[in-house]
Structure formats: C-alpha cells, structure tokens
Design a protein. Structure first.
Length: 166
C-alpha cells in the first residue's frame, strides 16, 4: 500500500510539473525590445518619406531614400525583401553612399515573445556590424540566432541586389 501511495504522488507531481512548464513560444513575455524596428510611417533620417504600413505595400527592393537609383551602386535607401522565417518575418534596409553600404536598418524581426526579443537584441547589432564590415551578405551566423541570421542574410542580399551593388 505504501509503494502505491508513493508512486501515485510521484506521478501526480510529475504531471503537474509537466503541464505547468512554460515554453518560450507560449506568448508575450512582456518587456520591450532594444532593437530599433521601423513599423511604417517615416524613414529615420530621410525626411518625411512614407514607407507604407503594409509589409507588402511596396515592391521588394524599392528605392525609398533621398537619392535616385542610378544603376551601379545606386545611392539612397534600398529595402530588402521580407524573409519569412520559422519565427516570423525579417526585413532590412540598406543605405548606400558612394557605392558602399553606410548603414543597415532592421525593419522587421520576429518579436512574438520575450525570448525572440532577447535573441534579436543580441543578434541584430552583431549582424549589422558584420554586414557593414563585409559590405556584402556573406556574413557569419550568430550563435543562438540561426533563424534570424538566415532571414537577415536573405533580406540583406535582396537589398544589395536592388542597389545594384556587387
């Protein structure tokens, strides 16, 4: 009788612990992200140029900046396509001056829960710096942010293609 009681209590305890476990994808964990994400409205640093509020409202890679797309190494801002990843969309915008990438801005990153925000707060600045240093989409994956890194590279390459950079 004593063994059955101990077994029953152990089983109940294990089930309670199992069902009360919260995964990182169970919902918003609160807090805000330190990653600057442009959710539409105006483009930072380019006056009052509207970017649209619908992610599909413009052509991917459209020139949205001050400068005209002048062919090889077109100066201005160029949006990459929206890369749909397992955890959500990733999109970047590059600013080109003199045929070089001078800035990379993150327009969209997965932010469905607190863990996504933590990962992206860590990974996006590393990916941005790597892109500026490499001047291409050939950048390393950030450990712990593989999905975001893959989406970032995809969108970055689309923006580079739209700017006609090599």
């Amino acid at each position: 009788m004593r063994r059955i009681t101990i077994w029953l209590l152990s089983t109940v305890t294990a089930l309670v612990l199992l069902f009360s476990y919260r995964t990182s994808t169970m919902g918003v964990g609160g807090g805000t992200s330190a990653v600057a994400v442009d959710r539409g409205g105006t483009t930072p640093g380019s006056g009052d140029t509207p970017t649209g509020t619908d992610p599909g409202s413009g052509a991917p890679g459209a020139n949205t900046g001050d400068g005209a797309d002048t062919g090889e190494g077109g100066d201005g801002s160029h949006d990459g396509s929206v890369a749909q990843t397992r955890w959500g969309p990733v999109q970047v915008r590059i600013t080109v001056a003199g045929g070089r990438i001078t800035d990379v801005t993150t327009l969209q990153v997965p932010d469905g829960n607190f863990r996504d925000q933590q990962i992206n707060d860590y990974a996006v600045p590393i990916l941005r710096q790597a892109a500026l240093t490499a001047q291409s989409a050939r950048i390393d994956t950030v450990s712990g942010a593989t999905v975001t890194s893959d989406g970032y590279r995809e969108s970055l390459q689309a923006a580079i293609d739209a700017a006609h950079l090599r």
